[in-house]
Write a protein that binds this ligand. Structure first.
Ligand SMILES: [Zn+2]
Length: 431
């Protein structure tokens, strides 16, 4: 089932604006607003999962068809499967097309229509998410086919702007569909003073410790920040397992210690949580009734939040410094390469770190009028930047993670592996 574009007229116009910006605001909903948020979050998850179920069924069907075709040679009755598969696929496509229209969706699931707390634009936003997750899968296969959203301690849903349904009321209040006037933390002056800024949509969230936030997507024809002065400098970045990054000037940015410490503590508290869950299970108590488990869950959730925040702050500092000091920042494309290495949790977290760092660099480059390029990382580690000799060729052995320093067999230059790789990465973009 191929999702179709449902909101052709509205969304592209906002996407076509020259500049985009996101802002996250802590929110303080009333008890009634909290109920509405929960209902919308539940409905968004339900709709998303309905689509994932349909989409995955269709995807598996196509795979089955493919593999049957490949085995057709050994079949005595070739093509016997064609008809039934086509029938099922056609039925799935019809259901999918129908459901892609929120009116049909509500007709099929009556409770969605009856619940007056549900925001109709939430359905469109959810369908957009679904479409985006398949798009992601097609582009980067390692992202996996879209997964079901599990019921969790968190809540979230998104909504889209139409006819001024989302707007800023005053310095401390937003208007959000179905929630009405909702209090948020004080809005920044620049946002209130500018008349050129449009709101594209809003994401309403509650985290695992029960704190609420509203993220607004903003767009404008004018830049959100003044361009930073040009420095005439270009830099290549190599990311690796031992530290956060090495740049083409040979500077190394280590992973911060405080983060590792928090991580150790997080592991300890998570083990404790596991034990409490096991004990509750042994005593046949449901987890939501197990007080000690719930208390520990809060501890783990706030630690997660703290680790996340510290990481985020650190990555912001690093990315801002890079964008400020250089006109062009070049990094490698992450896909594939790091998946091979990420067997341990720490490394997985580090991968996430790089992903966030690169995202930060991309949007800050746009925000401050600088350049950001991602290049194919192939051979950047193995090539000598001086003479272009490639290790592993002409009878030489390939460099491994253990070779931190090496000498080029052709030009005899002594290289620090990551520094050399960072220079190659820069050169790939400049060439
Ligand atoms: Zn060389």
């Amino acid at each position: 089932m191929k999702p179709k574009s449902v909101d052709k007229a509205r969304k592209p116009r906002f996407a076509k604006l020259d500049y985009h910006f996101g802002i996250k605001l802590v929110a303080f909903p009333s008890a009634d607003q909290k109920t509405t948020i929960r209902h919308n979050s539940d409905a968004a998850r339900f709709v998303y999962n309905e689509f994932v179920a349909l989409g995955r069924e269709a995807w598996h069907l196509r795979r089955l068809e493919k593999s049957l075709f490949q085995n057709q040679a050994c079949s005595t009755n070739p093509g016997w499967f064609e008809q039934p598969i086509k029938l099922v696929a056609a039925r799935l496509a019809v259901i999918g097309d129908q459901l892609y229209n929120p009116t049909h969706l509500k007709r099929r699931f009556k409770w969605l229509d009856k619940n007056k707390r549900l925001d109709s634009m939430m359905f469109y936003a959810t369908l957009n998410f679904y479409r985006a997750s398949w798009h992601m899968f097609r582009q980067i296969h390692s992202a996996g086919v879209p997964k079901f959203h599990k019921k969790s301690d968190r809540q979230r849903y998104s909504t889209l702007k139409t006819n001024n349904n989302i707007r800023i009321l005053d310095q401390k209040h937003l208007q959000i569909p179905k929630l009405g006037k909702i209090r948020v933390v004080k809005l920044p002056d620049w946002l209130l003073n500018r008349t050129d800024i449009e709101i594209g949509g809003a994401a309403v969230k509650m985290d695992a410790i029960g704190r609420y936030s509203i993220s607004l997507t903003l767009g404008s024809e004018q830049a959100f920040k003044d361009a930073l002065p040009k420095t005439g400098s270009k830099v290549g970045i190599d990311v690796n397992v031992e530290n956060l990054l090495t740049d083409s000037f040979g500077e190394v940015v280590e992973n911060p210690r405080f983060y590792q410490k928090q991580l150790q503590r997080l592991h300890r508290e998570q083990r404790k949580l596991g034990k409490r869950a096991a004990r509750a299970k042994q005593e046949h108590r449901p987890l939501r009734m197990a007080k000690n488990y719930q208390k520990q869950r809060q501890v783990v959730a706030s630690l997660h939040r703290r680790v996340y925040n510290q990481r985020q702050n650190f990555l912001h500092l690093v990315s801002t410094a890079l964008i400020k000091n250089h006109d062009l920042v070049v990094v490698e494309k992450l896909q594939g390469k790091n998946l091979l290495k990420n067997h341990a949790l720490a490394q997985r977290l580090q991968d996430v770190g790089w992903g966030i760092l690169f995202e930060n660099l991309a949007y800050k480059a746009e925000l401050y009028g600088k350049g950001f390029v991602q290049v194919d990382p192939r051979l950047t580690t193995q090539t000598c930047h001086r003479c272009g000799f490639v290790m592993g060729r002409a009878g030489t052995r390939k460099l491994t993670l253990a070779d931190r320093i090496w000498v080029c067999p052709q030009c005899q230059t002594k290289h620090v592996r990551d520094h050399n790789a960072a220079i190659n990465i820069l050169n790939k973009a400049v060439a």
